[in-house]
Structures are given as C-alpha cells and as structure tokens.
Design a protein around this ligand. Sequence first.
Ligand SMILES: [Zn+2]
Length: 233
Amino acid sequence: MTSLLNLSKQLFHLFYPNVCEACGEELVGNENIICIACWKDLPETMFHLQVNNPLEQKFFGRIPLEYGSSMYYFNKDSRIQDVLHALKYRNNIDVGIELGRRFGRAIESCTWLKDIDVIIPIPLSNQKMKARGYNQSEYIAIGLSEILNIPLNTTSVIRTKHTETQTRKSRAERLENMHSAFEIQNEKELEGKHVLLVDDVITTGATLESCALRILKEKDTKISIVTLAFAIE
Ligand SMILES: [Zn+2]
C-alpha cells in the first residue's frame, strides 16, 4: 500500500513538480516547501542567545520592551529575500507557517517565553488586507503559536490606517505618521497580559513601536517582540 501511495505521489510530481519556494529547484526526498540547501543558506542571527541583542537595542529609549528576538538577518543578496517574497507576494501560507514553526523551535527553550500570555501578529489595515488577501505575519504567528503552545489573538488589535515605507522620514515624522494607526477592541482581553508582537521584517521598527505603544496604554500590559527577519541598515 505504501509503495502504491509513493508511486502515485511520484506520478503526481511528474506532472506537477514540487519546487522550492526560494530557489525554484525541484524538491526531493523529504524536502517540503523549501529545499535543504536554501534552509542552510538562511543567515541565522542567534539573537535569542544574546543579552541586549540588536533587536532589543533597537527599542532602547523608545518602548519598555521586555524581550525580543529575530530569526534571520535580512540582506538583499540572500535566500531570505526569496523566502520572504514567496510569503509576501505569492500567497504562500505554508511558507509562513513553516517559518513560524522553525522560529518557534529555535527559541522554545528561552525561559522568558514562559511569561508570555498571548501572541499578536501586527495587523494589516482593511485596505491592505483587501489588496493582498492575507496577513503574512499572521501565518508566522500561527507556526509560533503551534510550537510554543501560546494562544494567538488576531482580533483585539486593529490597524486603522496603513503607512507606506517610511525609511526616509525622521523618527519624529514616522511616529507622527503612525500616531493612532492602531486601535484596540475588547480591551478586557488584553488587560494584565504580556503580549508577544510578531512581524515579518523589522527595519526602522516604527510600526512595531506604534503598535506596542497603543497596547501599553491598556492596564498592566507588557510587550515583547519577535520578527522573522532583521534588516541590516
Ligand atoms: Zn531552494
């Protein structure tokens, strides 16, 4: 029976080859979604083993961040760009969930995670959600939630306006622009909670800062942040 299944699987792949989402090469053996060579090529940050790591440093003097980490460095010539592109523009939900799971397995032994009550992906605005159809950060958060066994909340924080890339603006201009970009629904659900905010890539951190500041207005809340990729400026 197993060999019959394998045979039909092989036949299926003959007509619909399963290719790596990052490099486009055909997947072999147990490879799934992304090939082994591409996974190996992703530059891991190991921030989770570092006290005051670069992600945490980014928020010094901006928000009272409890903990933070990023899984991979983001640089334009690496496979991470292809992987994130697949996630962001090719509606590739499986890539997002698998990335979230890998991230979860990498950080699951961090003791600070025991204090986290809820995982919240940075929401997209309605307008952006309509255009793209899905929130890529939500799929990373689903994978994280599954491995870390921490509940996911995608309803309490909403994004009321979308702001485009703001890298050329000053920090004050960016914050002003982001002011009131996020709103809270069902405040009671966040009260007293330590929230783990999740985003795909961090560049300036303005969006995360703005979302964190809004959540921190709720009673007795704490914020930690994880991003899949960390852009080197
Ligand atoms: Zn590949």
